[in-house]
Design a protein around this ligand. Structure first.
Ligand code: NAD
Length: 418
């Protein structure tokens, strides 16, 4: 539940969003029932031998929502609040995300309820390997492909691949994406979700006839998604005036020196020791008067309580589920466009798909090719969502993205005859 520490669980939000989207698209009742529930939710015990010889047992999950368009696909989170409901909701979003991008995957999500900061490096590796052993019978390159998410990274995926390969006696890079390039990872994968956020922001600004050059931007979360989006928006001429990490936010109305922000912290996630600008509260970042707001940290941060105070002209969701259903209503009333997560941060799964292709073909793509193809995929998906948005004057951007996704999923269900 950590990512959705306040308000509805990810699963509740995902189901409500689905119900709302169904007002805008015809889907047969039998299929709706199928889409509201995951196909399977695996719950596994993960025993861990501590460095001091003690033993602890953690709980791990893998939710597999829908595979009608291809293998389940989605991240693994190591975070203390991970539970089945969170994994179900996030796996539903993965199904829509893959469909809106027209990727041949369904939706999955999993993780272990553990605070990785409380593990030594060796304990972290042992936990990853044991969790992989426990889920190895449900995952695989043609069944369910895992990826990094909060608390996991390229190294984690390398251990997942190694352990799975041992279990199956076959070198199998395609079981996990987001690996280091040296073991079949793709160049550009780590930057891809942030890159897609920036690309979608660029397209949205173009749609609304706004200039990205000189636009002011606030980014909540200076981790993988937020920092990469911030750097690219900055490169494209925007003024990133505020960013935050879990430990605070910095604001400089003249534009932040992002390299200095990053270098000031112990790692990319920390912004506190930055000298320039003013320290502000995390919450205040969300209500700054900016052209673009990118919530790229955790879920449920834009709520009915603060939505009226949000002063941004455009919101592009970098995190999964940052906007509650009630806040969506407020933004709709106020005509503030919210470009949804399932489109905006889908660069991650799109480059994961490129990685999966590279693994199957045993052939690596250059970073330039990855970035060019990602730009093409994102602008195509944006175009599909614009068409759905313009076809239905009552649809929000989120509804429009769901309409595109649900259309493809429904067609696949009809065609396969489930
Ligand atoms: P990350 O751990 O790299 O970064 C998260 C950042 O958020 C860190 O800087 C952290 O300090 C900050 N943060 C945490 N709590 C905060 C708070 N309350 N206020 C402000 N900042 C806070 O994680 P990430 O991979 O960047 O993921 C961020 C979000 O994007 C998550 O919702 C994740 O599911 C989603 N996402 C990630 C990927 C991916 O491939 N990494 C892809 C798509 C979506």
């Amino acid at each position: 539940m950590t990512d959705h520490a306040s308000g509805a669980s990810a699963a509740e939000t995902a189901r409500t969003q689905l119900d709302r989207a169904l007002d805008h698209v015809d889907v047969r009742d039998g299929i709706i029932g199928e889409l509201r529930e995951p196909h399977e939710v695996h719950r596994v015990s993960v025993p861990l031998e501590r460095d001091d010889g003690g033993r602890d047992v953690f709980v791990g999950y893998r939710a597999q929502h829908n595979n009608v368009r291809g293998p389940y696909k989605g991240g693994l989170r190591f975070q203390s609040g991970v539970d089945a409901e969170e994994c179900i909701g996030l796996s539903m979003w993965m199904t829509w995300k893959c469909a809106v991008m027209d990727l041949p995957f369904g939706g999955g999500k999993g993780g272990v309820a553990v605070d990785p900061n409380e593990l030594s490096d060796d304990e972290y590796e042992r936990l990853t390997r044991r969790f992989t052993e426990e889920i190895s019978e449900f995952v695989g390159p043609r069944r369910d492909v895992v990826a990094p998410d909060m608390g996991t990274d390229a190294q984690t995926m390398s251990w997942v691949m190694d352990e799975y390969s041992k279990e199956t006696s076959e070198t199998t890079p395609g079981v996990a994406t987001g690996k280091p390039p040296v073991v079949g990872g793709s160049y550009g994968r780590a930057e891809a979700p942030g890159r897609s956020v920036a690309i979608v922001a660029r397209e949205a600004f173009d749609y609304y006839d706004r200039d990205l050059d000189g636009a002011t931007v606030a980014v909540q979360g200076f981790g993988s998604v937020g920092a990469n989006a911030a750097f690219l928006l900055d490169e494209w001429g925007a003024d990133v005036v505020a960013v935050s990490g879990a430990n605070g936010a910095v604001y400089d109305e003249g534009g932040l020196d992002l390299d200095a922000v990053r270098d000031a912290g112990d790692d990319d996630a920390l912004v506190a020791p930055y000298d320039g600008g003013d320290d502000i509260d995390n919450g205040d970042l969300l209500t700054l008067d900016v052209d673009l707001l990118v919530p790229a940290a955790v879920g449920n941060v834009l709520t009915a309580e603060n939505a009226d105070d949000v002063d941004a002209d455009v919101i592009v969701e970098g995190a999964n589920g940052p906007t509650t259903v009630d806040a969506d209503d407020v933004f709709a009333d106020r005509d503030v466009p919210v470009i949804p997560d399932i489109l905006a941060n889908a660069g991650g799964v799109t480059v994961s798909y490129f990685e999966w292709l590279q693994d199957i073909n045993r052939r690596s793509w250059s970073r330039e090719r990855v970035n060019d193809e990602l730009d093409d995929e994102m602008t195509d998906a944006w175009g599909d969502v614009v068409d759905a948005y313009e076809d239905d004057e009552d649809a929000s951007w989120r509804d429009a993205a769901y309409v595109v996704a649900l259309g493809r999923i429904t067609d696949a269900h009809e065609s396969r005859g489930f």
